[in-house]
Design a protein around this ligand. Structure first.
Ligand code: GFB
Length: 308
């Protein structure tokens, strides 16, 4: 008997990967478009949940963006993400839905957390200023899940992914994350026969990248096998510098020119490699190597973004 699972945010990169994986497992996936349900409206969200009564909710709806968007739109990132989390988690409780999976981000951890970052590093030090707004909203989401578990016995859990990439990403140069932005920059530089590509920052920050398909499998695995108060990390297990990443993307896009750094752009957190031993003990592990994932993402970019 397929379960009825609502993927809130089914159009986003994470949401659409979740829908694909769930449908492969023959689950009954509920989707509702933004024009039919405004997640920023508590009464509508609660009413929709009462009427549709899913067995589980996966919360993949978020205002997301790269370092520049996070840094320049603090109100949007804080307000939208707090309101979305509050409305969906509270609405699920009122509708008596007992299973909810909340998705956060590795930026919830302190800027200088000991590496690899364990789950209990949460709230042990100051956040990275470029993304503290998003981080605070995600921390609120974790705490909402814990509060409804503590007060009402709800089986709500939270998963913290590392930096994600893959099909359906945002390839905009200003609002996107580093992988899609660099992919576009290198691709356009190749097509226009430019001599160089400019990469933001010093190139020294390290990032842990996970393909969104691996994340989707991890989320479903936790929905089925994890039921604890504490949030759980879901990462690739290794990280690379931004300069190393730039050289990898140069190779994947087959750009022949040079790479320059723009030191006036922010670096963000120096490093945020997570300790994902807890989820690995549950039986999940990533399956897509970064170089392979970058190749398939680049194919998707050329077929869906460039050719449109
Ligand atoms: O991916 P990204 O924007 O997000 O940037 P964060 C990662 C690193 O890549 C930073 C550098 O050091 C950037 O300076 N970088 C180099 C670039 N070239 C580029 C470029 O062309 N575009 C972009 N975007 N970066 C976000 C948070 O932080 O990560 C969010 O702001 C969230 O809240 C998300 O947590 C996962 O890893 O720095």
């Amino acid at each position: 008997m397929p379960r009825k699972i609502w993927v809130a945010g089914h159009n986003g990169m994470v949401g659409s990967a979740l829908v694909k994986e769930l449908e492969l497992k023959n689950e009954n996936v509920l989707k509702v478009s933004r024009s039919d349900l405004d997640l920023r409206d508590q009464a509508s969200v609660t009413g929709w949940l009462i009427r549709n009564k899913p067995d589980s909710v996966i919360f993949a709806a978020a205002k997301v963006g790269g370092i520049h968007a996070n840094d320049t739109l603090p109100a949007d990132f804080l307000y939208d993400n707090i309101v979305l989390a509050t409305n969906v988690i509270h609405g699920a409780h009122v509708a008596e839905i007992d299973r909810l999976v909340f998705l956060g981000s590795s930026c919830i951890y302190p800027k200088f957390a000991p590496q690899p970052i364990q789950e209990d590093a949460l709230l042990t030090g100051p956040l990275e200023p470029t993304n503290e707004w998003y981080a605070i909203a995600k921390i609120a989401g974790i705490k909402l899940c814990q509060a409804y578990r503590k007060q009402y016995g709800r089986n709500y859990i939270s998963i913290m992914p590392c930096n994600l990439y893959g099909e359906g990403d945002n390839f905009d140069l200003m609002s996107g994350h580093v992988i899609p932005a660099l992919m576009r920059k290198f691709h356009e530089a190749k097509v226009l026969d430019l001599d160089s590509v400019t990469v933001w920052g010093s190139g020294t920050p390290r990032r842990e990248f996970l393909h969104v398909k691996d994340l989707a499998r991890g989320v479903i695995h936790c929905m089925d096998n994890y039921d604890e108060y504490d949030h759980i990390n879901c990462g690739a297990g290794s990280d690379i510098t931004i300069l190393e990443l730039a050289f990898l993307i140069k190779e994947v896009t087959n750009f022949q020119g040079e790479i320059f750094m723009d030191a006036d752009k922010p670096d963000g957190t120096p490093r945020k490699l997570m300790d994902s031993s807890r989820i690995r003990k549950l039986g999940w592990e990533p399956s897509i190597a970064l170089r392979d994932g970058l190749r398939t993402t680049y194919d998707w970019f050329r077929n869906h973004i460039v050719d449109k």
